[in-house]
Design a protein around this ligand. Structure first.
Ligand code: NDP
Ligand code: 8X3
Length: 252
């Protein structure tokens, strides 16, 4: 039987790459994000490339009611979800604590932390029914090390790390595997969002080294969710070969 995976933040970057990877591996996909047009485009592309069956759900992970309504609306034929990829997330700004914008802080915490918790909580009744269910959370190297001006983004990703450990313990008796993936620099729309549309600043992030791509992360996730039932990768930190920590790069 085809496995069903639900991917949050499938409209771009790592989430979209996961959708393409899992489509090529024969999954049925529930794709979520706020941009409905992008979801429909990607679904159409996957249908024509791999005959992938998709269900698209448009909601904001920050909004508890929207999350629960969307997930409760999943039709019966789509409820056998065995993989959840909690990927939706963002950074906003890179400001000193003293200058930081409070709305940016709220949005990061509400998206990266509350959003991940709401989606997971809403989906657990479905995941619990599946043997070998697997939750993959996208953390960050910023959730392993704090860097200057990283403040709330780092805190949100440290929370993803802590929640992943907590889920692994609480969900152990339900046989649900938890893997957390902590990428270093991946070239996606992440920096354009972080710098609020300043493309020059975004591009500068990746100058002098070869960043990861969404596909690199999707390949690692596919590996983790394809392992035999008795094997669980708990934690993966994946950086470009030219990156050794959140701030150490060998640029050329
Ligand atoms: P992108 O900006 O390319 O993609 C982010 C995705 O998250 C989009 O699909 C976006 O969809 C979705 N999203 C953001 N906010 C919300 C929301 N409120 N509700 C629903 N969906 C939302 O960035 P990446 O692919 O790089 O980021 C994916 C994850 O990887 C994030 O959690 C990020 O923190 C993490 N990460 C990224 C790294 C990088 O260097 N790129 C490194 C380490 C971690 P839409 O706008 O349509 O809602
Ligand atoms: C994204 C990586 O180092 O810009 O999570 O915070 S970093």
């Amino acid at each position: 039987m085809q496995r069903i995976a639900l991917i949050t933040g499938a409209t771009s970057g790592i989430g979209e790459a996961c959708a393409r990877k899992l489509a090529s591996a024969g999954y049925r996909l529930i794709l979520t994000g706020r941009r409905a047009d992008r979801l429909e485009n990607i679904a159409a592309q996957l249908q024509s490339a791999h005959e992938t069956e998709t269900l698209t759900l448009c909601f904001d992970v920050q909004n508890r009611e929207e999350v629960f309504q969307a997930i409760e609306s999943i039709p019966k034929t789509w409820q056998n979800i065995s993989v959840l990829i909690n990927n939706a997330g963002l950074a906003l700004g890179r400001d000193n604590f003293i200058d930081a914008n409070l709305n940016d802080w709220d949005t990061m915490i509400k998206t990266n932390v509350n959003g991940m918790m709401y989606v997971t909580k809403a989906l657990l009744p479905f995941l619990q029914q599946q043997s070998g269910a697997h939750i993959v959370n996208i953390g960050s190297i910023a959730g392993k090390e704090v860097y200057e001006n990283g403040n709330a983004y780092c805190a949100s990703k440290f929370a993803v790390d802590a929640l992943s450990k907590s889920m692994r313990i609480d969900l152990l008796k339900y046989g649900i595997k938890i893997t957390v993936v902590h990428p270093g620099a991946v070239e996606t729309e992440f920096s354009v969002v972080r710098y609020k549309g300043d493309q020059q600043k975004a591009d500068a992030t990746y100058v002098g080294f070869k960043p990861l791509t969404g596909d690199d992360i999707a390949d690692a996730i596919h590996y983790a969710i394809s392992l035999p039932p008795h094997v669980c990768i708990n934690d993966m930190v994946i950086t470009p070969a030219q990156q050794a920590s959140a701030i150490h790069f060998h640029k050329q």
